[in-house]
Design a protein around this ligand. Structure first.
Ligand code: MN
Ligand code: MN
Length: 295
């Protein structure tokens, strides 16, 4: 499988997971089961009253970031902050509290780096790492880490968030290279949990109703990702846990897309995904990889 196929599948997977999960965001697994049995269709709705196949901030912030990276030819903190600010002005369907607070701060100070805070451990930076992962594919570790932090710190300047973002970026890189699920587990997910016990996802009860706390989010994503064997199974498993389901769906969709490739994404989900969003994701996947090979 070509790297470009995995990159497209990661970006479309992100959008599909977001669209699928948004229907059941903030619901409990019990409420989801009562209403849908198993939720596995792109039907929109949810608390945001979305159209079928419509995505939320997880995907639209990623696309805003991707456009800024493409315009600069590299990951640049100020350009990312300006892109997120413009995104916020355009009245997105949803926006996280930490994102809003630190973007308002950026408008005042002009500094693209939020002040450090251990409280800013939400999943808002981790949900939009993909454009950075694609633009830095094949680059050295220091460059990758600096790029990951530049985009993350615009809104989330926090050790746990940084660790999550860097882990996800490395997982995408290795999956693009063709690494298997076991490699991703032993080379990335386990070491992350060893460094920061908050991320332990084995020997904890099934991560149901995961919150927007980045460790809760990754626990749910890792349980679903490592305990299933295909794209569809992974996404259905994670979003039916409820809670911050659009974001667990988006992150799981990114990882599963990179691992399994386009072939595994159900035709029906691809068709239902908002058309403009789908083309933007495919275009960015291609162009961002182009940046990585130039640097
Ligand atoms: Mn969202
Ligand atoms: Mn969410």
């Amino acid at each position: 499988m070509f790297v470009s196929d995995r990159a497209s599948a990661a970006y479309l997977g992100l959008a599909i997971g977001d669209a699928l999960g948004s229907t059941v965001e903030f619901m409990t697994p019990r409420e989801i089961a009562a209403k849908y049995g198993t939720h596995d269709k792109l039907i929109g709705g949810g608390w945001l009253h979305l159209k079928p196949g419509q995505v939320t901030d997880d995907t639209t912030m990623s696309l805003a970031l991707g456009n800024a990276i493409l315009a600069q030819g590299k990951v640049d903190a100020l350009a990312a902050a300006q892109a997120f600010d413009a995104w916020m002005r355009a009245k997105p369907v949803d926006i996280g509290n930490t994102v809003r607070r630190n973007l308002l701060q950026f408008r005042k100070t002009g500094s693209p780096e939020a002040p450090y805070s251990d409280h800013d451990a939400g999943n808002g930076a981790a949900m939009r790492v993909l454009p950075v992962a694609l633009a830095t594919f094949g680059q050295d570790e220091d460059t990758v880490r600096a790029a990951s932090r530049a985009q993350a710190h615009v809104t989330h300047h926090c050790a746990l968030s940084d660790a999550a973002c860097e882990c996800l970026v490395s997982m995408v890189h290795d999956a693009l290279r063709g690494a298997g699920k076991n490699d991703l587990l032993h080379d990335h997910a386990h070491p992350l949990a060893a460094r920061f016990p908050a991320f332990k996802f084995r020997a904890v009860k099934p991560a149901r109703n995961p919150s927007g706390y980045v460790a809760d989010t990754l626990q749910a994503v890792f349980q679903s990702f490592f305990d299933t064997d295909d794209f569809q199974g992974c996404l259905v498993d994670v979003v039916n846990r409820g809670g911050d389901a659009d974001t667990t769906g988006a992150i799981a969709g990114m990882l599963a897309g990179a691992l399994y490739g386009m072939e595994e994404i159900p035709e029906d989900w691809l068709k239902k995904l908002d058309t403009e969003t789908g083309s933007a994701c495919a275009m960015q996947a291609h162009s961002l990889l182009g940046i990585s090979s130039k640097n």
